[in-house]
Design a protein around this ligand. Structure first.
Ligand code: WQD
Length: 341
């Protein structure tokens, strides 16, 4: 198999959608996952879309010896082009209650993967980072020059720490080429509705809760505060279709191939901000389905507004988002209905 690319967290939300884009761009995804925040069923849908059985290793990337064993196994089957590292815990609220779980998993997995990359002479590394590294930005839209401010949560700090670990490793003499992809708010699902966001338990993020409330599976959506200094009082975010985000990972891999050793951040957003109420209205327009909701208290740690200046990804990677908020919300709703059936 040619152009094999390791995808850690490959059974997860962004990882599985990126595996689809990789396959459609001539790469062969090699999935690593320990199902700590996904299920084997996620691979069923991915298998259907890919049309072949993807290489898969069930492994915890934070377990160094298990990771090296899996990497030996992968290397024995042929060469590897690079690594895309998604595997991490990502619930902001949970991270404040269980910080050690987040540091042990998110930071250790990145360190062990870089140790493995050096051992197996891999020099291309795409890291799943987040706009959360900016904290509450002073100016929006936020570009990659914006200061890295105090993280609002241990989750956010693990992203800052991993970016720093990558920067130090890339400057250490090992010829590593890394892209730090800072996602804004990924939403939606593959148009086939065979894969999507599988929140296990109570959803932390807006869209999975919204679609479950619209489906009558949950209590009405609580809008976390409408007294923010924004036009309608609710928080503003940059919601980007997960398929646009997946495409950016392929663009980053292609870009890294021709680079000298580097460690480069890229904001991946639409460049447009929408409030929570605007998202609810867009969902109702796109689907014709009402979202039962009520205004509630603010959620600690939420920033008032953040959305991307994504011109660097456009100028350097030749990538821009293409899908609209309505398309993403309709794909999210179709996925929710597929899950219900
Ligand atoms: C979005 C908006 C909430 C739920 C976090 C991480 C980021 C990334 C995405 C992992 C906010 C409001 C939400 C609800 C609501 N992490 N909301 N009612 O907090 O912007 O970003 O998740 O991938 O790194 O920081 O995303 O979806 O939780 O919230 O009103 O029931 O929706 O207040 O304004 P967030 P979110």
């Amino acid at each position: 198999m040619k152009n094999r690319v390791i995808v850690t967290g490959g059974a997860g939300y962004i990882g599985s959608h990126t595996a689809v884009e990789l396959a459609q761009s001539g790469y062969t995804p090699v999935l690593l996952d320990n199902f700590s925040n996904s299920t084997p069923a996620a691979l069923d849908g991915l298998r259907e879309i890919l049309g072949f059985e993807p290489e898969f290793e069930q492994v915890d990337c934070a377990d160094k010896s298990a990771l090296f064993a899996a990497m030996e196994h992968i290397a024995s089957r042929g060469t590897v082009e690079g690594i895309i590292h998604f595997a991490a815990f990502k619930a902001v609220g949970e991270s404040t209650q269980e910080p050690l779980k987040y540091y042990a998993n998110n930071v250790a997995s990145t360190v062990h993967l870089l140790e493995a990359a050096a051992h197996f002479n891999l020099t291309e590394f795409v890291f799943s980072s987040s706009c959360t590294v900016y904290g509450q930005p002073e100016h929006i839209p936020v570009d990659e020059e914006a200061p890295i401010r105090r993280a609002e949560s241990p989750y956010g700090y693990t992203k800052q720490a991993c970016e720093r670990i990558l920067a130090d490793f890339c400057a250490s003499g090992y010829p590593m080429k890394a892209a730090l992809l800072r996602y804004f708010n990924p939403i939606g699902a593959h148009p086939s509705s065979k894969i999507g966001e599988l929140p296990l338990g109570h959803p932390n993020n807006l869209i999975p809760y919204l679609t479950q409330a619209a489906a009558g599976l949950r209590d009405p959506l609580t809008v976390f505060g409408n007294d923010y200094p924004t036009p309608d009082g609710t928080c503003i975010r940059d919601y980007i279709h997960v398929m646009d985000l997946a495409r950016a990972h392929v663009a980053a891999l292609q870009w890294l191939k021709n680079q000298p050793p580097t460690c480069e951040p890229f904001n991946l957003g639409t460049g447009q901000g929408n409030s929570v109420l605007e998202v609810i209205q867009a969902f109702e327009r796109a689907t014709g389905v009402a979202v039962p909701h009520a205004i509630g208290a603010r959620r600690p740690g939420d920033v008032t507004a953040i959305f991307a200046d994504a011109t660097k990804a456009q100028n350097v990677l030749g990538w821009t988002s293409e899908k609209t908020l309505e398309e993403a919300l309709l794909d999210a709703w179709n996925w929710q209905q597929a899950l219900n059936n």
